[in-house]
Design a protein. Structure first.
Length: 180
């Protein structure tokens, strides 16, 4: 990120703090899977940070914009893509209320539902699994179960994916902190 470091943050732990010029150079060089601006500062997910997680024999869970899935598929990471789809309008309203988000208008909820449908329509061919988020706790458990199975069961890999031996991990450790 290009934002200043806050009190208590450690460079390389909480974020990698860089100058705007360095960030823009890295972006031009294709070093990010995705990046953007938020409140006048640049943020991004670097390919190197993903590789660092893999190199530590951990599973890297990312929340990406759907339009960046094609770029991720072209890397050597061999991603397993899970789409968390919104539930029905009534269930979504109930979830928002449980989370203390009262007073959300139906138009806002319908926008979330339409965005989910559009994402699934345009990018569904890139999803390995879809979890309909009917219940937050159940959805989290289902995601954890998917990760556990990916660790334990052999996986099919398309022949057109480039194989990078450093990405093949015989024993992957599960770091639950990455999910939250």
């Amino acid at each position: 990120t290009t934002r200043p470091m806050k009190s208590g943050e450690i460079n390389g732990v909480h974020y990698h703090f860089v100058t705007k010029n360095n960030f823009q150079e890295d972006a031009k060089a294709g070093k990010f899977i995705e990046y953007g601006e938020f409140e006048k500062f640049l943020y991004g997910t670097s390919l190197a940070s993903i590789q660092a997680v893999i190199d530590r024999a951990k599973i890297c869970l990312l929340t990406l914009k759907a339009e960046n899935l094609n770029a991720l598929r072209r890397t050597t990471f061999m991603p397993y893509v899970v789409f968390i789809a919104p539930p029905s309008l009534q269930q979504l309203r109930r979830q928002k209320e449980i989370l203390g988000q009262h007073g959300i208008k139906d138009e806002q909820l319908k926008l979330i539902l339409n965005e989910g449908k559009t994402t699934e329509k345009h990018f569904g061919h890139l999803f390995d699994r879809i979890i309909v988020n009917v219940d937050l706790d159940r959805s989290l458990e289902e995601l954890k179960e998917i990760v556990r199975r990916l660790e334990m069961e052999p996986q099919w890999v398309p022949t057109f994916w480039p194989i990078n031996p450093t990405n093949i991990i015989s024993s992957t450790k599960y770091d639950e902190k990455l999910i939250y």
